[in-house]
Design a protein around this ligand. Structure first.
Ligand code: XMP
Length: 517
């Protein structure tokens, strides 16, 4: 049985980051709501309590009884987690001064404490808490302090229970990974065997076992997740996998053909469906963003299901759902918010069972698994692209001509980003494309006056959007070089008939969003 660490989620924004850091140590972990500890699961080797937006003394604060865990498994409380353990054992937690946000340096600390082994003198840690532990119970021992925070970390005497008020999981905590390693490897005894290669081997074996000789249908989108899921399944069951790739006519320029070609090279059995006629007809005259999404979603399900029904002996529907799509993250009210699933409304009469081979993976792990499976880099490294495609980047109603203009402008921008080589912080050559999270062009519903040669023009404007992000929850506009923007603007206006003005979107998310609709 795969050994694992359980992270109890008290609603902090960095809970997923704790999970990713532990996976990066090649240790498997799962994030569960604070009150859903899997009692009786013998594969659990240790428990981490996350941070929280609450104060431990708030009426509505999330509370958990650790009696069934304490003494049986090692426990590490992070921020709220540390405060919670201290507070519920008789310690004091009070509102902190503003100086407890941001960088701090570990001053005095127990170098030989198992949690702090290998941590460097004056190592920087990241503080982010509105409260601080002002007193610990008698049987707790301070093991680290900073200039401002006397009780930066503690251990319960004679027990394998620790608390840290800083966030070891964030990048700015210099030896944070070392501390997490100390906890999961040395203290909990995990073996660091979780890797993309081991994932591929075990998952292929499990899929063979689970699916046997059944036929499986999978919807491909051209994106990383569905592509990796398809190649993984292909390795397990080969020709029994049928993939369906629907072209709604709102993909990037040449994308349908290019991606179909890639899929064929990967040996996938893919049915490509050109349904653009239907989508354009149903979208005719529709300008409202939500209405557009609804129509596209509905048409997509219809087209997909019509194709799926032809595979009469199918028993499974596979999806590229990944872990962040499913984590039951908590909001401040304690309600669980479940993210959407990729495909809605399966044909009921087909009685398909759901197969989600990537459901335990984070995005970066999906990419690593994809590389392990030999998927080419240009597919693995693709930017995210919205399901409704260019429809949400054409403000106002959609016509084939507008899609053509946008595809041409977008193609110049994206190819430009790929071709513009830069050196990254480690001195490696990369491109602007790989330095941004996502980029695209938006066709604006305005026309403006210009001059070309001796002619007055009155044509459309486009906006370029390029953002940096780690998860699309927040994003900043990419500081693209002026020379690059000048070249792209020039190329678009000279080569794309119908466009005479280019703007660059300099809004961050929040308060704006990445897409314009
Ligand atoms: P926003 O615009 O909300 O976008 O900042 C965040 C991320 O989600 C993508 N996005 C979508 N993806 N269906 C999708 O599959 C959609 O309807 C959709 N809307 C936005 C967007 O491209 C960005 O990566």
């Amino acid at each position: 049985m795969e050994e694992k660490i359980i992270i109890l989620d008290f609603g902090s924004q960095t809970t997923q980051l704790i999970g990713r850091r532990i996976r990066e140590l090649n240790v498997y972990c799962e994030i569960v709501p604070y009150n859903k500890f899997p009692h009786g699961d013998g594969s659990v080797k240790g428990v981490i309590l996350s941070g929280s937006p609450f104060s431990v003394y708030d009426q509505e604060a999330f509370k958990v009884d650790l009696a069934g865990i304490r003494g049986k498994l090692p426990i590490l409380g992070i921020c709220y987690g540390a405060q919670f353990i201290a507070y519920t054992n008789g310690g004091s937690v009070e509102p902190a001064g503003s100086r407890e946000y941001g960088r701090a340096k570990l001053g005095r600390f127990e170098h030989d404490n198992p949690l702090l082994k290998g941590v460097r003198e004056h190592s920087q840690v990241w503080m982010s808490h509105g409260d601080t532990i002002t007193a610990i119970p008698d049987n707790f021992r301070i093991i680290a302090s900073t200039d401002e925070v006397a009780i930066a970390a503690y251990q319960v005497e004679g027990e394998r229970v620790w608390g840290v008020q800083f966030h070891p999981e964030v990048y700015h905590s210099e030896d944070g990974t070392q501390m997490l390693r100390n906890f999961v490897v040395d203290i909990c005894g995990c073996h660091q065997t979780w890797s993309s290669a081991s994932f591929v081997d075990t998952t292929v074996a499990e899929l063979k076992e689970q699916i046997g000789n059944d036929r499986v249908i999978l919807g491909l989108s051209g994106g990383v997740d569905s592509s990796v899921a398809a190649v993984l399944l292909n390795r397990a069951i080969g020709k029994n996998l049928t993939c369906i790739f629907v072209d709604h006519g709102l993909l990037r320029k040449n994308e349908f053909h290019d991606v179909m070609h890639d899929y064929e090279c990967l040996g996938l059995n893919v049915i490509g469906v050109d349904a653009s006629e239907k989508f354009f007809k149903d979208l005719e005259g529709v300008s409202d963003p939500e209405q557009k999404r609804k129509i596209i979603g509905r048409d997509f399900v219809e087209v997909f299901n019509a194709e799926a029904r032809k595979i009469t002996d199918a028993r499974w529907l596979a999806q590229g759902t990944i872990y962040p799509d499913r984590i039951e993250s908590l909001n401040i009210t304690g309600k669980v918010i479940k993210s959407h699933h990729n495909v809605g409304g399966l044909p009921k009469e087909m009685n398909l069972q759901l197969c989600e081979p990537l459901k335990w993976l984070f995005k970066d792990e999906v990419r690593r698994v994809g590389r392990e499976l030999g998927i080419p880099e240009h597919l693995i490294g693709r930017h995210p692209f919205p399901g409704p495609g260019l429809a949400v980047r054409i403000l106002g109603d959609i016509t084939r001509e507008k899609v053509r203009i946008l595809q041409d402008a977008d193609d110049i921008f994206i190819r430009g980003l790929r071709d513009w080589k830069v050196t990254d912080a480690e001195g490696n050559e990369t491109s602007l494309y790989h330095q941004v999270w996502q980029a695209g062009v938006i066709l604006l519903p305005v026309r403006s006056v210009g001059v070309m040669g001796d002619e007055r023009t009155y044509e459309q404007a486009v906006a370029l959007r390029a953002v940096t992000s780690t998860d699309a929850m927040t994003a900043d506009w990419a500081r693209l070089p002026y020379d690059f923007l000048a070249k792209v603007s020039n190329d678009i206006i000279n080569k794309v008939k119908g466009v005479n003005r280019v703007a660059y979107d300099i809004s961050s998310k929040p308060p704006s969003t990445i897409e314009w609709e």
